[in-house]
Design a protein around this ligand. Structure first.
Ligand SMILES: [Zn+2]
Length: 330
C-alpha cells in the first residue's frame, strides 16, 4: 500500500500529516490508525458490529496550527471502543495528564509520600479472565475498606493491567495475567509509626485474605523517592499506562489468536472501571473538575495545556487515505 503512494505522480502535491511531540518524535497517528484497521478486521470476522466504528476511528483529524508551528488536535471522529488502539493511546495521554495534575495538587497541599503497590493473582486461561477480574475488583474493594488500610492510606490511584503471554516456550503460553498497579498516598509519618506502617509481608497477607485464595499471590511494594515534586508526580503518572498493550491482542500474521484474544479481552473488559481514584486523590480529582479519564473527551487530553489559547492559529484538516495508508491534508 505504501508503494501505491510512492508511485503516485501527484504525491509531491499531497501534504502528509507531520505532528511531532516536544522532543521532535512523530506522534503515532499513522501507526495507531493502521492498527485500528487490523482490529476492525478481527471484529468483522467475529461478527461484531463495532467493526465499522473501529474502522472509521480517527479517519478525520482537525488540528489547530499555532504560529510557532505546533499542532494541537481540535476535532476527530474517535470510536471510543475500549480495545481500539487509537482511542487507547488518547486515553493513556489523558490518564497521564490527569494523574500528574492530581498528584501535583496533593503535593502542594501536603508533604505526602507515595508507595507503589502491585497486586497480582495467578495467570488464567481466556475463559476464566472475566470471572477473575470480578474477583480482583471485589478483593480490592474489600482491601480498601479494611481498617488497617483506611488508617494508613490517605488516597489511592488504581489501574488495571492485563498482559497476554505470547511466549510459545512458556508454560503459561496464551494465558492472561491480570493485576492492579496502585499508588498509595501516605503521610510522611507513616514510615515511623509502627501502628500505621504496612510491611510487604503484611500487604501480601492482606491481599491474600481479600482475594480469598489458597496460594500466596505476588505482591510488590516499593516506596517512591525522587528529589523534586515535579519529578514525583511525573514518575507516578508513568504507572498510568495501557490496560492492555495492543501488541498483546493485535498479532501480526496470526488471525486465529488475534480473534481469540480480541474476543476474550472485549468481553472481560466491558463495563469495568479500569482506572479509579480513591480517598483524598478522588476528592482532588473532583475539585479540579476533571472529566472522566476513561470515557471523557479524547480530543483534549489535557497534555498540551501549556499552549496558550490566545495564541494565533489556523485550522488544518487531515483525512486518512485507505489505499495509501497515510493522512493527507485536505
Ligand atoms: Zn477508536
Amino acid at each position: 500500500m505504501q508503494d501505491n503512494y510512492n508511485k503516485d505522480p501527484k504525491r509531491n502535491q499531497m501534504e502528509l500529516l507531520s505532528d511531532k511531540d516536544k522532543i521532535g518524535k512523530d506522534r503515532p497517528w499513522k501507526e495507531k490508525k493502521v492498527k485500528t484497521l487490523v482490529l476492525a478486521e478481527s471484529y468483522e470476522r467475529l461478527g461484531m458490529k463495532k467493526a465499522y466504528r473501529v474502522r472509521d476511528c480517527g479517519s478525520f483529524l482537525e488540528f489547530k496550527r499555532y504560529t510557532n508551528g505546533t499542532l494541537k488536535l481540535n476535532g476527530a471522529n474517535f470510536c471510543k471502543v475500549r480495545l481500539c488502539p487509537m482511542c487507547s493511546w488518547r486515553r493513556e495521554l489523558k490518564i497521564f495528564a490527569q494523574t500528574s495534575k492530581v498528584m501535583d495538587k496533593a503535593l502542594e497541599m501536603r508533604d505526602y509520600r507515595f508507595i507503589f503497590l502491585t497486586l497480582t493473582c495467578k495467570n488464567v486461561e481466556g475463559v476464566e479472565l472475566s470471572g477473575t477480574l470480578d474477583k480482583l475488583f471485589h478483593a480490592f474493594k474489600k482491601l480498601s475498606e479494611r481498617k488497617v488500610f483506611k488508617n494508613a492510606v490517605k488516597g489511592w490511584f488504581r489501574a488495571l493491567e492485563v498482559t497476554h503471554n505470547l511466549d510459545e516456550d512458556s508454560k503459561d503460553y496464551d494465558t492472561y495475567h491480570p493485576h492492579f498497579h496502585i499508588i498509595i498516598m501516605v503521610n510522611k509519618s507513616y514510615f515511623n509509626k509502627p501502628e500505621l506502617y504496612i510491611s510487604q509481608e503484611r500487604w501480601t497477607n492482606l491481599w491474600k485474605d481479600s482475594l480469598q485464595v489458597e496460594y500466596t499471590p505476588i505482591v510488590d511494594v516499593r516506596a517512591f523517592k525522587t528529589r523534586t515534586k515535579k519529578q514525583v508526580s511525573k514518575s507516578i503518572a508513568e504507572t498510568a499506562k495501557y490496560t492492555v498493550k495492543d501488541n498483546d491482542y493485535i498479532l501480526d500474521g496470526n488471525e486465529e489468536m488475534t480473534d481469540s484474544a480480541v474476543m476474550v479481552l472485549d468481553k472481560a473488559l466491558a463495563n469495568r472501571r479500569l482506572v479509579a481514584f480513591g480517598g483524598q486523590l478522588k476528592r482532588i480529582h473532583k475539585e479540579l473538575n476533571l472529566d472522566d479519564a476513561e470515557d471523557g473527551n479524547l480530543i483534549n487530553t489535557g497534555i498540551d495545556e501549556e499552549l496558550r489559547e490566545d495564541v494565533d492559529y489556523v485550522l488544518e484538516h487531515y483525512q486518512w487515505h485507505i489505499g495509501y495508508n497515510q493522512y493527507f491534508k485536505k
